[in-house]
Design a protein around this ligand. Sequence first.
Ligand SMILES: [Zn+2]
Length: 335
Amino acid sequence: MSVDFEDCEACINITNDQELYFPDGNLVILTRDEAGNHTYFRVHQSILSKHSQALSDHMFPSSSPNSREIHDGVPLVEFQEDARDLNIFLKFLYEPFAAPLQRGDPDIAFKMFGALKLADKFLIEPLKDTILSYVREDWPQTLQGWDEREALYARRLKNSPKSIMDDVAPEPASVIRLARIFEPQLLIPAFYHLSRLPVNAVYGQPVQGSRSSRGVRTHLLSVEDREKAMVGRERMLRWFTDRLEAASLDTWQCSGGEACHVHIFWRVAVLHRSVIRSVDVLTTLRSMRSHKVERGTSQPVEDVVCPDCNARWDQLLADARRDFFDSLSTFFPNL
Ligand SMILES: [Zn+2]
């Protein structure tokens, strides 16, 4: 079948990358997107080979035929990667001091995934390590680290009144995608976070207009991932219920002979209600620590639980949180 050249010209864009097309470069890289649009980069073999011999070998293979395709007077090599990813990747090599990677950017796992794959493919370990170290910061492996990140996101949201939580906190599906290939230990905290979000949570679209709600790039999740999150949620709620039952809170006794058991009873009721509503065990357990208010009413009232019972209650919740966090891997086996 013949192709009408003019028709082709009309339906695809052919562009040189605005930042990475150097007139004195000695190699042109071509990428095509799904629509067939061409993007060209013109780069220097000397710069690329400084960072990666594998990359240099890929572009200038020793078995290369003498009659290589020529574009703009220099050899051309075609990459399968997305032009945006290639732009980011090459910028790291050309502009290491103005790299397109901001420490603290909550969306690094999504934005840098393509560049990370390129760094891996061409064995550029320092770039891989840098990207992964930034992603790792958002998914701590300890309860203390987890609490610190949650507090950090809350502070960022408070200090940025026009933002929503998805602007300042990481998104789970992009991290799961990255973790599967490069950093498996991030899967458990990422799945925990995913499992506490509403099933229909969408990234960038706050639920009922709540700035503090968080979303998911659902298109990045497989059916199996969704099932694993649901199974994990079910296991977590069962663990939580079993834990409260084992604590025998219905038979609470105050060593000072006060009527604390009545108030503890109501705290337990509120605790159950809150966990069912939020499906967020760690946050609920933290929010139910005793303060100078009695839980279970909409209005704060003076705490009527004695200091000794409050201390026991707080210890119970702290122990449950710690054990819950340590049990996360059992809620999400076979990730
Ligand atoms: Zn008491």
